[in-house]
Write a protein that binds this ligand. Structure first.
Ligand SMILES: [Mg+2]
Length: 136
């Protein structure tokens, strides 16, 4: 039912990703890596509420990279909200420290993965490999 047309229809379609982070530098770095290293169609927003609002407006992404600590709506809350709305995208929780509690809460909120900041090639590769549509 979903026919998302992207420019490269003839080749394999690009993976869409949403970076949710209140830190402008992290947004920029993560987005650039997803675009340049993985050729993803990446977008970013600065807090959980913006991510939820985007989805309420009909947006949809293959993968959402969700920061934990953000003003207005944090990553745990936004993940719960998105799952409550029926969003099936792969959600990857991103935390600043290797805190087992943060990780467990992210998974309990409905995320598929949880990694420590910053993202790198190996972490993203692991996410892709676990994606149900791999190899896309
Ligand atoms: Mg943050």
């Amino acid at each position: 039912m979903e026919s998302k047309k992207s420019e490269g229809e003839s080749s394999r379609s690009r993976i869409s990703a949403l970076v949710v982070d209140d830190d402008a530098i992290i947004r920029k770095i993560h987005k650039a890596m997803l675009q340049q290293v993985f050729n993803m169609d990446a977008k970013s927003v600065k807090d959980g509420k913006e991510a939820v609002d985007l989805h309420r407006c009909g947006a949809n992404f293959d993968i959402i990279f969700m920061d934990k600590e953000m003003p207005i709506m944090d990553g745990h809350e936004a993940t719960k909200e998105l799952r409550g709305m029926g969003v099936k995208s792969m959600i990857v929780g991103i935390t600043t420290r290797a805190d087992e509690k943060d990780r467990e809460e992210f998974l309990a909120a409905g995320s598929n993965h949880c990694f420590e900041k910053p993202l790198n090639r190996a972490k993203v590769e692991q996410v892709l490999h676990d994606h149900p549509n791999f190899p896309f």
